[in-house]
Design a protein around this ligand. Structure first.
Ligand code: ADP
Ligand code: MG
Length: 709
């Protein structure tokens, strides 16, 4: 990505937008008509991709990329690390006269074979075959990335094992899209829709992140190796003045944001909203929503581009959920809805009776699905970093609940009791005869404390971690809602009175599942008690959430719809547990190193200097203040003793945790034994930071990291 001056007068934004994206417009103009039409059918899932079509697309893609300076191509995929992966190949093919021609075949477009033995497979590959394949995802456009390696054509792909098991986060997502399409179509056909050909889940991910100055970042072993600060005392000012949220954007950050938008637009990523967030040096960017698989790719790319552009400005972007204690961490709001290919949003309450029936049945399916599969949804939003946020009064609690707003809840309540519903203009509504009262988009009380909030015509899943891929949250959402839609469709298919049956379903679903609806303050302690009374699960940590993946209900769900096999689920279970253990292992190790190699030497240096002062002053016969100096040093050495003791204890527990065999027991040991000790070590180190002379403190402080850009 080379630095570019951006002049939207010279090149209007409409021309810049998508210039690095092999999008539909490019394909339409460059591909022969028949090939383009056939590719469209492949994208819709109506046809299999033929090698002939692939050949033409590959050569067109290559020409387009080379015109724009590309030298390499890569299959771009999303292994279970949660990051993206790529292996670049150049287009060159040597000829006998010592020159090269540039080649890219259909086969190379369709299938790749990265040597993937080092990606986490949770045992899937060890027991079968070491080989992994990538396959072109025709529904997500290829793009060009321009960075220090040059210009590379990147082709979004799915990644799976020789035996067909998915080794990535993309395959289950795409399968879940097919399932919800099928089941939602069954329902809307029964409601009389004969025109829509597809139902597509849509997502828009709001991404939060922090920026810190690179020179400070480089001096922090913790940020460098773990993405978060393991130490750091708060300066006198934090986020309490609420002066950062939506505040004016600092010049240096504005420069960064301008370039970030530019790069994203060139890639065809619809960056739309940007603003300062609650914590100092925290920001947010949101795109316009798209289909969930494109949204997933675009969010992965957005995270990558944020980091690259930040670097160009001598900044480092922190995507971690909790880079700093004492101020808010970062999340990702996953806005989700269902839309037909002809533009009908199934969660739009709408004006007509037909739409309102459709809205109510889809809404009921979601209510039931979220209640029935709450532990699975909770898992899909868990990661090591998010453990610091969920339930900590800065993000939703760890309890899954749904916010509907009072108006909509009241409608469902009345319908469930067979009472007349009064619309906002005073008329009484009869389901399927009159329309729903039009729900204002920002319905009365916009709830910021709910994990799953209805926001006018979509749901906002607000628990999702900032650094994670949105593929799993959306895979789970698609799967669980599809499952209930399927159940409703079967009931409706047997019915002779569709409206009557829908009425029954809506009433019954609300009665059976209203415990999941909560419109109050999710941060309040009373909610914890109330949720417990309602019998809602409160799964507090990542380690406790992971077993949901291999629960009977999860295995039944995913295997019934062929989204994931039992083996794939078990492999993921292992991968996530192992990942948790590894992360805590690294964090604890870094902590011990920082104490022993940096903090202790700094404290001893400072206290040593102070002791020398006491000695020389005493020798000079000075009496005043000597006692106070001693007292100060005694206090410091008390903290020092505690620091040394708890660090040694941490080291001991860490050794013990490393030797635990079983994945679940090991992760539990890290969570229950190692993790709490880390807070203890930090407590004494942070106290010492506040007592040690600034010049002797060994690394940049929160003041530097949070306020200086
Ligand atoms: P907030 O008020 O929570 O900051 P916005 O109203 O700005 O959020 O929108 C958040 C995101 O929701 C945007 O990315 C937007 O494109 C997305 N969004 C809007 N409609 C839909 C939809 N039908 N499906 C999925 N996402 C949507
Ligand atoms: Mg939001």
């Amino acid at each position: 990505m080379e630095e570019k001056t951006i002049d939207f007068i010279k090149t209007p934004l409409s021309e810049v937008y998508g210039e690095n994206c092999f999008n539909d417009a490019v394909m339409r103009t460059r591909l022969p008509k028949s090939i383009y039409r056939e590719l469209k059918e492949v994208q819709k899932g109506n046809k299999k991709l033929s090698l002939e079509v692939a050949e033409v697309v590959a050569s067109t893609m290559k020409d387009w990329a080379i015109e724009k300076g590309a030298t390499h191509y890569t299959h771009w995929f999303q292994p279970m690390t949660g990051l993206t992966a790529e292996k670049h190949d150049s287009f060159i093919s040597p000829t006998s006269d010592g020159k090269v021609i540039l080649e890219f075949s259909g086969k190379e477009l369709i299938k790749g074979e990265p040597d993937a033995s080092s990606f986490p497979s949770g045992g899937l590959r060890a027991t079968f075959e070491a080989r992994g394949y990538t396959a072109w995802d025709t529904t997500s456009p290829a793009f060009l990335m321009n960075d220090n390696t040059g210009v590379t054509l990147k082709i979004p792909t799915a990644f799976f094992a020789y035996t067909g098991e998915a080794l990535d986060k993309k395959v289950p997502l795409i399968k879940s899209m097919e399932v919800i399409n099928r089941e939602a179509l069954r329902v809307i056909r029964l409601l009389g829709n004969t025109t829509s050909e597809k139902v597509i889940p849509t997502a828009g991910a709001e991404q939060e992140y922090f920026l810190v100055d690179k020179s400070f970042f480089d001096k922090r072993m913790d940020l460098f190796l773990t993405g978060r600060t393991l130490f750091g005392a708060m300066p006198a000012k934090g986020q309490e003045m609420e002066d950062h949220y939506f505040g004016p954007i600092k010049l240096r950050v504005a420069d960064f944001m301008r370039e970030l938008n530019y790069e994203l637009w060139r890639l065809g990523i619809s960056a739309k909203t940007q603003h300062n967030e609650v914590a100092p040096n925290q920001f947010e960017i949101a795109p316009i929503y798209s289909t969930v698989n494109v949204a997933t790719d675009h969010n992965q790319l957005t995270m990558e581009v944020i980091q690259k552009v930040a670097n160009r400005h001598n900044l480092v972007a922190l995507l971690h959920e909790k880079p700093f204690a004492g101020v808010n961490g970062s999340g990702k709001h996953n806005n989700w809805s269902l839309s037909t290919d002809d533009g009908i949003n199934l969660l739009e309450p709408g004006d007509s009776p037909h739409q309102n029936i459709q809205f109510l049945i889809v809404l009921s399916a979601i209510i039931k699905a979220v209640d029935k599969y709450a532990p699975l949804l909770r898992w899909s939003a868990s990661n090591t970093g998010n453990d610091h946020r969920l339930g900590a009064n800065e993000a939703p609690p760890a309890i899954i609940s749904i916010f509907l707003g009072s108006e909509l809840t009241d409608i469902l309540e009345k319908l469930s009791e067979n009472k007349p519903v009064k619309s906002t203009n005073g008329n009484y509504l009869e389901l399927g005869v009159n329309s729903l009262p039009k729900l204002p988009k920002d319905s009365t009380d916009r709830n910021r404390t709910s994990p799953f909030a209805f926001t006018g015509n979509k749901f906002e899943f607000r628990m999702v971690p900032s650094s994670g891929s949105i593929s799993m949250p959306n895979t789970v959402l698609n799967a669980v809602v599809a499952d209930v839609l399927s159940e409703f469709a079967s009931e409706l298919e047997k019915s002779k009175d569709i409206t009557g049956t829908i009425k029954e379903i809506v009433a019954r679903t609300y009665k059976n599942h209203k415990k999941i609806i909560f419109n109050g303050n999710g941060y309040a302690d009373e909610w914890l008690k109330e949720a417990e009374k309602r019998g809602l699960p409160n799964i507090k940590s990542t380690v406790e959430s992971i077993p949901a993946l291999v629960s009977e209900s999860s295995i039944n769900l995913f295997t019934k719809y062929n989204i994931m096999t039992k083996e794939e689920l078990e492999s993921r279970y292992t991968i996530y547990l192992e990942k948790y253990s590894k992360q805590i292992n690294i964090e604890a190790g870094v902590m011990i190193d920082m104490v022993r190699l940096e903090i202790i030497p700094a404290v001893l240096k400072y206290t040593g200097k102070c002791a020398e002062v006491i000695n020389s002053m005493t020798a000079a016969g000075i009496k005043n203040g000597i006692g106070e100096q001693r007292e100060m040093l005694e206090q410091m050495m008390k903290n020092f003793e505690e620091l040394k003791y708890s660090t040694d204890l941490l080291a001991k527990e860490l050794l013990n945790a490393r030797s635990v065999e079983d994945y679940l027991s090991q992760a539990k040991t890290y969570h229950e034994k190692v993790f709490p000790l880390m807070s203890r070590v930090r407590l004494y180190a942070d106290a010492l930071e506040k007592m040690t002379g600034k010049e002797d403190w060994p690394f940049p402080t929160y003041l530097d990291l949070l306020f200086k850009i």
